[in-house]
Structure formats: C-alpha cells, structure tokens
Ligand binder design. Structure first.
Ligand code: ZN
Length: 492
C-alpha cells in the first residue's frame, strides 16, 4: 500500500519489479489550491486536517514569533507531496516522525515531500518548526498581521493564518485547535475558545486556549498585548471571556458598554438561530488602527474605531450572528459569502426592530429607496459577487434586502423555521447558496428560483411586482446611521 512497504526483498521476482512503476505513479502531489475559483491558490489538495496543535512564543518588542505546529490530518489521495499555506521561516518538517524535505513555492506555499509516499485514507502527523518576524512577510504585496504598541494581532478574512501558523487555509477544511502561547510576563495572549490554563515562570507567561468544535482557519485568531480580561457567564450558562487593550483611552467605556453585552446578545440571537453552537463566548478589542470587526470563532475581534462615537451593540450583534451564520455553517466557496454576511446584516435589522429603532421591513425599504436603478450598487450580485466585490456593501445591504424579500414571499412561520433550522442542518460544516435555496424551498414548499435570481443574482435593481413590498419613500429608521457605521466591517 505504501512506497515504504516495497522493501528490497519484496522486489525479488520479475512480476513485482514490473509492477513498481505503475504502482509508484499512483502517488502524486496534492493540488496547490483546494479548488476555489475566487482564490485558486488558497487551501491545498490531498489531505484534510482534523486538529492543529500550536505551541508559540512571541516577543512583542521585536515581533519575533517562534512556533511548533503539529497537524493531525487524513490523506484523501495517494500523496507523494503536499502543500501547507505559510509565510514564516521553516527549520524542520517531520511527517509521521520522519524528517521530510520542504521548499517554498508561489506566494504562500510550503511544499513538503515526505520520505515515503502517503497512502490515501491514512492518518498522518505533520510537525513544522518555524520562526520569523510576521510583519516582515508579505504575499501578493500585502500583510494582514497587525502590530500594536504592545504586541500584535492576527485577524482578517480570508487571509490571516499565513503569518502565524502553517495550514490548509480554506473554510472547507475545518479543524479543532489547541493554541498555547508564551509571552513576556505582564502581557496576555488571547485566542479562540476556552482558556484552559495560564502559568508563569522565568519571566514568561503561557496561555493555553482550546477550540474543540471545527473552526475555519480564517476564524482562528491570536492577539498579544496588555489586556484587561473580564470573565462571566451568559444567562444560558456559556462562559464569557472578553479582553480590552489597556490603551483604548476614550474608547474604553464605549467598547465595554458594547462587548460586555456579548452574553445577553448571544442568548437573544439563539431565540432566532437555535442553540449557541460553542462552549465559549467573548470578544476582544486590541489597540489597532484598523476600522473593521471580524467574527473570529467564539471571540470576535473589534477595532476600537467601532466604538469611536459611543457604544455600538449592533456590531456585536453582527459578529455574534456569524457564530451561527459563517462560523458554524461556513461557505463552501468564497462565492457563497452571502450565507454569512447577508444574515449577519439581517440580524442587525432584527436587533433594530427589537430595540424599537425601525423594523426589518423599514430597513429593507430604506436600502431599496437609497439606491436608484442606475446605481453601481445593483451591479454587484450578492449571490456571486466576484473576489473583488466579496465584501462590497451590496453583499451586506442587498444581501439583507434579499432575506426580507424571502420572508415576504414565504411568510413568517416558514421564514423563522428556516432561520432556526439552517444552522442545525449544516452544523459545523459548509454550505452553498444553492444549498440554502433548496432548504428554504423544502421548508416553504415554494419554488424560490425566480426570487433568488431576482434578489441575489441579477446585476440589476429588482423592479415591478418583485419589489412591490418595498415602499418607495420610507422615513429613515432610527437605527440606520448606527448600522451604516458598521459598514467598515471587513475592509482590508
Ligand atoms: Zn460580517
């Protein structure tokens, strides 16, 4: 079954000798991309990771990161070679305990050649030792590693992992994580999931975090800095850990007045989306100059700028809604971004209605009326926006408008059944826009093809009877400006 099973003694007969070349030819390199047309080189082929064990040491003063990553994976073809996506300097790679050859290729490929071929369907253990200064590394001319006055942050979409751990970097390959980080004493390290332990010795502190439900690579996060960490529990019993940079200045109070509502908001969302899918909750606000927020699993990242003009629970609603829509049920390919962003934006509309600041229909009317038919807004199809428009405002606003159109078409009973049933149907997995349409059709018993085409796929403003429910000149809902203020959400 393996190269290594062909011991010299086994080659004694002519028939076996003849069989060798054909046998060897079945072992081929894994693809350098997982097959996403938006990002052909992202992710890799030939294996599926089940667990990442990351042991890291980070020095804020110099931005030096040292690490050992141990990946547990299963091969999906007879592999002679495979890639990980990674930018730092690798000193050693071992596959199943045996030293392997490695080299760099393309923008972010670490190409690994094990001493012997790896048969399809076998579990493998890959150990990568590495070090480097993440801020000095670029791919495609950019870095998403964010340095702060007292540390650094890895949080971005879709590219974030390359700067801190080797991975199969695509949402299709989810895995569990243990992340242990050594930082100078007095500094904290934040990541996803539960904080299993902290200990200090010899001037260094170690933080051990665990995510024991499948997590996409872009949803794994790391923040090192001087944080004030708060702990609590939601009313439903989920432990909450939040972290605030000690350098937030006049944004500190508004950040806390928003993010400390995490447990309350997650419980409220579970009324619409079903049980919260994880055993940990929280959020963190590092001292970064960026403006966006990100749904990093169990513990969203918030830029301080989201709280520059006061408390902003709407952004917390958005990022927590992603824990069901985007994190629990992730995209199959990046073209499916609507199944993530459309619903996170719609959750903000539901919150507006809950707060008495404008109903979802009023917000839909406002979006519809705000963009005349010749506005470029309508040329972006949220159902397949293209990589350049993946985070265009149309994916959010037209995306949520489409969800209101769906609600009007199938009625509240079927609509809320879909909203709550979907995360259960694809729990901890991946799904596409087509999967969502099929599911909504099954629940409602209606053919929704024309509705999905009109609202999500046509590069034009829906008109005529399709838009009859969107009134023409609505008053501006009270929540409108606050929701608009979160539009910077995912910009690079
Ligand atoms: Zn979002």
């Amino acid at each position: 079954m393996h190269y290594r099973s062909i011991a010299p003694g086994a080659l004694a007969t002519a028939s076996l000798l003849l069989a060798v070349p054909a046998f060897a030819a079945t072992y081929t390199p894994g693809a350098q991309g997982i097959g996403d047309p938006y990002y052909p080189a992202y992710g890799n082929g030939g294996y599926d990771v089940s667990h990442y064990d990351l042991r890291l040491k980070y020095q804020p003063a110099t931005d030096e990161l040292e690490g050992t990553a141990t990946l547990r994976a299963r091969t999906t073809q007879d592999l002679s070679q495979f890639d990980l996506d990674f930018l730092l300097n690798v000193s050693e790679v071992r596959v199943n305990g045996v030293e392997a050859a490695f080299t760099n290729s393309g923008e972010h490929e670490l190409v690994i050649t094990p001493k012997t071929g790896l048969a399809k369907g076998t579990d493998i253990t890959v150990v990568v030792r590495y070090s480097g200064i993440p801020s000095s590394k670029k791919a495609y001319g950019f870095t998403t590693w964010l340095r702060t006055a007292d540390g650094a942050v890895a949080a971005n979409e879709p590219e974030s992992a390359w700067w801190w751990f080797p991975s199969n970097d695509h949402p299709l390959d989810k895995a569990t994580y243990d992340v242990s980080v050594r930082v100078p004493e007095g500094t904290q390290a934040i990541s996803n999931g539960r904080l299993r332990s902290t200990r200090s010795a010899g001037g260094w502190s170690t933080y051990c975090w665990r995510s024991d439900k499948p997590q996409a690579t872009y949803l794994a996060t790391l923040a090192v800095g001087r944080f004030d960490i708060t702990t609590g529990k939601s009313e439903s019993g989920i432990p909450v850990i939040n972290a605030y940079s000690k350098n937030l200045g006049d944004r500190d109070a508004a950040a806390r007045a928003s993010v400390e509502r995490t447990g309350e908001i997650a419980d409220w969302l579970s009324g619409y989306f079903g049980p919260y899918p994880y055993d940990a909750l929280g959020g963190y606000v590092p001292d970064v100059p960026t403006g966006f927020a990100l749904e990093t699993q169990t513990r969203p990242f918030y830029s301080p700028r989201q709280f520059a003009s006061g408390p902003n629970p709407s952004v917390v609603v958005h990022e927590l809604a992603h824990q069901w829509y985007g994190d629990d049920v992730s995209v199959k390919g990046w073209k499916d971004i609507w199944i993530s962003e459309g619903f996170a934006r719609y959750a903000q509309w539901l919150w507006s209605e809950h707060e008495g600041q404008g109903t979802t229909q009023e917000l839909a009317d406002k979006v519809y009326a705000s963009h005349p038919a010749d506005d470029a807004f309508w040329t972006v199809a949220p159902g397949n926006p293209g990589p350049d428009n993946q985070f265009d405002i149309a994916v959010y606003d037209r995306g949520a408008l489409a969800i209101q159109a769906l609600r009007n078409e199938i009625g509240d009973d079927a609509f809320f059944t879909v909203l709550k049933g979907w995360p259960q149907k694809h729990a901890y997995g991946n799904a596409s826009l087509a999967d969502f349409q099929r599911y909504a059709e099954k629940v409602s018993g209606k053919d929704l093809g024309p509705l999905f085409d009109t609202w999500l796929l046509e590069p034009a403003k829906p008109a005529g009877p399709a838009a009859a429910r969107m009134s023409s000149l609505p008053a501006e809902p009270k929540s409108w400006k606050q929701i608009e203020a979160t539009n910077e959400m995912h910009k690079h």
